[in-house]
Design a binder for this molecule. Structure first.
Ligand SMILES: [Zn+2]
Length: 270
């Protein structure tokens, strides 16, 4: 059912078609604003607002994008059986997911090609990563919330909100194109913590923590993927489910745990 993108009020319809060149957006009876200003917007302007994580654009895409607008009596009599939206939601989800998974794998390949990782392996890893994340989040939503949203809507909320993360990852390719090698671990200097009577292993562990935020060791794609990706997905799910922040956090954490387990298992085979 369509909603007002400003106040979440459920509406019969958010627009009415009067002719093929004239359709009007309805006023919301609850907040008196135009119920959905994104109707008729081009994909590019939707994308720019998606990167900025505006809740109104997420509500438009999740609730109103595929809602059938009302038709005036005259239009209905002139065009019997006309349907405005013929997009299949599952096909749309597969296309969107495919684009985002390929982009994810490409960013990983740019950053880790120095380790000899092939693009195909990274593509398989990105696909399994996305699958495990979505399945865990859907399970967590079913357990923790009572709202009647479909699994497709939950997946779409995650995909749509991950455009902000993808934008930052693509910026990383431009700003930091030098491939990283995860195998370059710097040696502990001879004079590091020598007066504290630590064993070599303990000194090495402290050195690893001490240098973990160094420019050449910090894993920027991982930080963007996990921290920014987690926050934006939590935001997308909050817009969809209208849950308290703690519930969204637990849902995202369960997805993150599933993702970490999957990646650990993949490391054993790749
Ligand atoms: Zn409203």
């Amino acid at each position: 059912m369509p909603i007002c993108v400003n106040c979440r009020q459920y509406l019969e319809n958010v627009a009415t078609i009067y002719s093929f060149t004239d359709s009007r957006i309805e006023l919301c009876p609850a907040c008196s604003n135009l119920s959905d200003v994104y109707i008729g917007s081009r994909n590019l302007s939707l994308l720019s607002d998606l990167v900025l994580l505006k809740p109104q654009v997420l509500r438009h895409l999740l609730y109103n994008r595929r809602a059938e607008p009302a038709q005036s009596e005259r239009f209905r009599s002139l065009n019997p059986g006309y349907r405005h939206n013929n997009v299949n939601t599952t096909t749309h989800l597969v296309k969107l997911g495919g684009i985002l998974v390929i982009a994810d794998a490409f960013v990983s390949w740019v950053h880790f090609r120095a380790d000899g990782m092939s693009f195909m392996k990274l593509l398989i890893a990105a696909t399994l990563d996305a699958l495990s994340y979505h399945i865990a989040v859907i399970f967590a939503v079913r357990i923790l919330t009572v709202r009647s949203v479909s699994n497709l809507q939950i997946s779409l909320a995650i995909f749509y909100s991950s455009f902000a993360k993808l934008f930052l990852l693509l910026l990383l390719i431009i700003a930091d194109p030098v491939p990283q090698s995860s195998s370059t671990v710097s040696n502990v200097p001879d004079n590091f913590l020598t007066g504290m009577h630590l064993t070599d292993d303990n000194r090495k562990a402290v050195w690893n923590v001490y240098t973990s935020l160094d420019d050449d060791r910090i894993d920027r794609p991982w930080i963007v993927n996990t921290v920014v990706g987690g926050m934006s997905a939590g935001f997308g799910l909050r817009v969809l489910l209208n849950t308290p922040p703690i519930t969204s956090t637990i849902i995202i954490l369960s997805g993150w745990i599933a993702r970490s387990v999957t990646l650990e298992l993949l490391h054993m085979y790749f």
